[in-house]
Design a protein around this ligand. Structure first.
Ligand SMILES: Nc1ncnc2c1ncn2[C@@H]1O[C@H](COP(=O)(O)OP(=O)(O)OP(=O)(O)O)[C@@H](O)[C@H]1O
Ligand SMILES: [Mg+2]
Length: 502
């Protein structure tokens, strides 16, 4: 039986405000050896703030931190690291222009004892060993800038394994993972748990939380709500605790009549990433695109939108060729691309919410000068529509919680208006309540006769939203499944290449 003495870490009555915004009020939390402790809560509930205090990235205003029985009056990143706390942040913290091995050992270089010179050979070898134990095929000498998001997450996890640690904190580690990567991550987490480490796991995916956690602590509006042993709580009770109200079952999309074909892609190809892709979408239709990580879905979206140049192929809107040479062309033609990666493609993070919102729509205004008053009222309206949690539209995006940043990405494209919307993992990092709002927004766009391409790795979402599903594998469309044929088994079967399931 676990008891008080096995607690590695205790946070008591922690408070934190940001210029008047109360991010945490009197929050207590305890982590034991050999347990996976999940923290759940809506966007802006204070989850990331709590773990930033633990890692020394932020200083708390009130309360105490106790590590293995010793009070730590001031936590700094160095102290936290020395105590053995390793954090994988929601935002990518890798240095893009360094190699994988350099990122793993940055600041903690392995040196030859005599000369003090950095022993890069063993750093590269150790990195290769860690990647092998993670079953990740990532070369120690690759530059992080060239890795996909899932691979970058894996490098961050590898970083925690490269150094001795007692507590591993993961803030939405699986946000861009497919099924295989998640299974692999859980294998590693169980390994860490066996070794007696404490793991703090933050996720909006309740299925994952129920699979991996031993206990769950719920935060709401910066306050502690409850802690449950996972065996003593149901999903419904957990959600009620998170949102403070009852939400219905999974989203039940209404049926919308389809109009004429509006969008078509012909023979789109780029190297090995995308091969001879053809499809069309009708007005009012939501076309789901599913596939494993690396199947080419994001690459396809980037080609359509002109972010990358296609080697071959054409894009048509209302029967006329519009093949965009760059995103500018795509926006002008009437496409919108809501990306999964808010840092790289979605937002100017040191700008305000309102400025980010009007960014793709500047052309809409007759003269290029837009009055601050107009911008403010647009900001306010869109914040309301998507329930973005921030003091006002002038708040700098950097200071928003991860999920609220994602909502700003969606809001800016909605405001811009388009004929065809390409969503790429739009609900990544978004909480249960906001997901339903986003589904409503998609449904409304469809009702207005827009066409929607919906790329997602979330099975429930794919099944409930799609009028038709394309499955991608190895850069190609491996199957097209009509509405009546869409089932989880069928979709997975096509995605992994016809292997038998179950
Ligand atoms: N640097 C900052 N300046 C101002 N406000 C901040 C700052 N960091 C966080 N906040 C605010 O504190 C609150 C809690 O944010 P936090 O990032 O901890 O939420 P979260 O639970 O991690 O949400 P998400 O699920 O969206 O990641 C939010 O209202 C956020 O806007
Ligand atoms: Mg967060």
């Amino acid at each position: 039986m676990k008891n008080e003495t096995s607690a590695i870490l205790k946070l008591s009555n922690i408070s934190k405000s940001f210029r008047g915004v109360k991010a945490l009020v009197d929050v207590s939390f305890e982590l034991q050896r050999g347990e996976v402790h999940a923290i759940c809560g809506e966007n802006g509930a204070g989850k990331s703030t709590l773990i930033k205090i633990l890692s020394g990235a932020l200083q708390h205003d009130g309360g105490t931190i106790t590590f293995e029985g010793t009070p730590i009056p001031q936590m700094t990143p160095e102290r936290s690291f020395k105590l053995g706390v390793h954090t994988i942040y929601q935002e990518n913290t890798l240095v893009p222009w360094l190699t994988v091995a350099e990122n793993l050992y940055i600041g903690q270089e392995i040196c030859f004892p005599k000369t003090g010179l950095i022993d890069w050979k063993s750093a590269f070898n150790k990195t290769a060993d860690i990647m092998k134990s993670l079953k990740m095929n990532i070369a120690p000498r690759s530059f992080c800038a060239n890795l996909g998001i899932a691979e970058q997450q894996a490098v961050q996890i590898a970083k925690t394994l490269a150094h001795e640690c007692k507590v591993v904190v993961m803030d939405e580690p699986t946000a861009s993972f497919g099924k295989a990567e998640i299974d692999n991550l859980f294998r590693i987490i169980r390994m860490l748990r066996e070794e007696g480490k404490g793991i703090i796991y933050i996720s909006h995916h309740l299925d994952e939380v129920f699979e991996i956690a031993d206990r769950i602590t719920v935060l709401r509006d910066g306050r502690y709500v409850n802690t449950f042993p996972v065996k003593e709580v149901t999903k419904a009770v957990l959600i009620d605790n998170m949102v403070g109200r009852s939400l219905g079952d999974f989203y039940d999309k209404e049926i919308i009549e389809l109009g004429e074909e509006i969008f078509r892609v012909e023979k789109l190809s780029r190297g090995n990433a995308v091969k001879d892709v053809n499809f069309s979408v009708h007005r009012g239709e939501i076309l789901g695109i599913y596939g494993m990580v690396g199947a080419g879905r994001t690459e396809l979206a980037r080609l359509i939108f002109g972010v990358d140049k296609a080697g071959q192929g054409k894009v048509f809107l209302r029967g006329a060729e519009i093949t965009p040479k760059n995103p500018e062309d795509a926006i002008k033609a009437g496409l919108a691309f809501i990306t999964e990666d808010r840092r790289r493609g979605g937002l100017v993070t040191n700008q305000s919410i309102e400025n980010n919102m009007v960014l793709p729509s500047l052309r809409k205004f007759k003269n290029l000068f837009v009055s601050p008053k107009t911008v403010r009222s647009i900001g306010r309206r869109m914040m309301g529509e998507l329930q973005i949690k921030a003091p006002d539209p002038g708040t700098v995006v950097e200071n928003l919680s991860g999920g609220n940043q994602q909502k700003v990405v969606v809001a800016k494209w909605l405001y811009a208006g388009a004929e065809v919307y390409i969503f790429d993992e739009p609900t990544r990092g978004i909480d249960v309540g906001a997901k339903q709002e986003l589904y409503n927004i998609c449904t409304n766009l469809a009702k207005q006769g827009k066409a929607i391409v919906f790329i997602t790795s979330e099975m429930e979402e794919l099944l409930s939203m799609s009028d038709r599903v394309l499955v991608m594998r190895g850069g190609r469309i491996s199957a097209e499944i009509p509405k009546e044929g869409i089932t989880q088994t069928r979709v997975l079967y096509e995605a992994i290449g016809g292997e038998k399931i179950g």
